[in-house]
Design a protein around this ligand. Sequence first.
Ligand code: DP6
Length: 390
Amino acid sequence: MKKVTCTAPVNIAVVKYWGKRNEDLILPINSSLSVTLHQDQLKTTTSIAASRDFTEDRIWLNGKEDDINHPRLQSCLREIRRLARKRRSSGSEDVSGILNYKVHICSINNFPTAAGLASSAAGYACLVYSLAKLYGVEGELSEIARQGSGSACRSMYGGFVQWLMGEREDGKDSLAQQVEAETHWPELRILILVASAEKKHVGSTAGMQTSVETSPLLKLRAESVVPGRMAEMIESIKKKDFESFGQLTMKDSNQFHATCLDTFPPIFYLNQVSQRIISLVHRYNAHYGQTKVAYSFDAGPNAVIFTLEPTVNEFVEVVKRSFPPASNGDPFIKGLPVSPAPLSQELTSAIEGDACPGGVRYVIVTQPGPGPVQSQDPSLDLIGADGLPK
Ligand code: DP6
């Protein structure tokens, strides 16, 4: 039995991907750009074993067996095996013959799926990276991860990553590329404000399909707004210009949610807690007369806040004040440590509003981090000697 274990990160888009021009190949209608989050706080771990004793390909997600015949899963398996055969025929050897063996795949997240945090990007990135390690395939892999879930292609790199939409029909030029490494902007901090869970919302795949069919605003966005915004965003990252980075991030999130409202029937991802966070961020920035924090929301009500060290300490206090934690014993702040920061009288009155107890369940503090890695730590291995989940 040959076995590998790898981990892969979550990413948060600051120029959003929303809408496909090809559903099967997962080709987008616009380019997008994201920040890869640190795996110390959020990651997927995947172990894959190949053995001549296995009779079929199988997969377990968070301990439960899942359907291996899912078309997107099959695309990734097929494409990586195709690449492995191609690379092998051009030189390298499949010494143990594992390309003809079936695989067992075991994958877990270190964050609760119930928190509504996107797990498909980290999940597919981890699957593709682990398969590549198993078969000894090197080089460009984001094109395959993209076929699992669009946003997954961006999780194949660390730091600041763009997904170039490409032009070709076969998608060969629809790839992710690193813009800057995770070490580029060491002061940057990311807070995930997990909003109180509600009923399940419309998933990204179905949501963006309806938007493409019905929203004239989405077409305008893709054709006339995103190209310029990508260039500006890259420049603001390269210059570490938070004023510009933060404003573009908020405007892009708002425009994405505007296209959701422009979709017919409309899609609502933001709830009252999200709206309060938006207003809180604007009041905080107005108090200082500059953009010190910025928000972004994906297909759900959780807020992602970007800020810089040391503002992070004060802003965490601001969040606690506006959303007094429910005293259920669970830690309210998770992840990177923050130092207590007293709030001035002026700031307190500037952000004053109705407190919303329990509106934010908890906050995860993190920073930009590296792309997928192969683990050498046997304690992370999810598959036992019998080829089944441990
Ligand atoms: C709002 O990548 O989950 O998070 O390609 O259909 O799997 P599929 O969609 P997915 O969409 C992500 C949408 C988003 C914005 C983004 O991450 O760019």
